[in-house]
Write a protein that binds this ligand. Structure first.
Ligand SMILES: [Zn+2]
Length: 163
């Protein structure tokens, strides 16, 4: 594992260079307790030189533990950037450090107000409490259809006795 994303330009051939690997999430230098990386940054990058400029495109991904701004519970989220792109005019140095570019793109992509129901599958207890209160006010005490569907699924899971 490379400590940083330091690219030696002589590694890059005419048809470019594809790089995949991991760098420690410590390069992000995150001090906000809302965002806690739980693994390394994984990258898959295509590097190239065109004239006097160096460019890199590709994807970055990283797992986080985030704190929901509504219910304050921790939840996991994978951050994935598929359109990482940077370009740099070459002025002499034989190496390019991609670390600051990777860091900046990831920090910009972090959700400003993390919500634990971001994936549409989880239910935020905080948001659900607000929602059910609204529902009760507008619909009375009717039972949501999803509730009975859940019981049907449970009934189908009845454990069979051993033969
Ligand atoms: Zn929540």
């Amino acid at each position: 594992m490379n400590p940083v994303l330091l690219i030696h330009l002589n590694q890059i051939h005419e048809d470019g260079l594809h790089l995949e690997g991991e760098v420690p999430s410590e390069i992000l230098d995150l001090e906000d307790p809302l965002y806690r990386p739980t693994g390394p940054i994984q990258y898959s990058l295509d590097l190239g030189i065109s004239g006097h400029s160096f460019f890199a495109t590709g994807s970055l991904s990283l797992d986080f533990t985030l704190e929901c701004v509504v219910c304050l519970r921790d939840f996991q989220r994978r951050l994935r950037l598929d359109e990482f792109a940077m370009q740099l005019d070459l002025t002499g140095p034989e190496t390019v450090d991609l670390t600051p570019y990777v860091r900046e793109d990831i920090l910009l992509a972090l959700p400003t107000h993390p919500h634990c129901d971001w994936d549409g599958k989880s239910v935020c207890p905080g948001a659900a409490a607000i929602l059910s209160k609204t529902e009760q006010e507008s619909r009375g005490s009717s039972v949501a259809p999803s509730g009975s569907a859940a019981w049907d699924a449970l009934n189908k899971l009845n454990i069979q006795p051993d033969p």
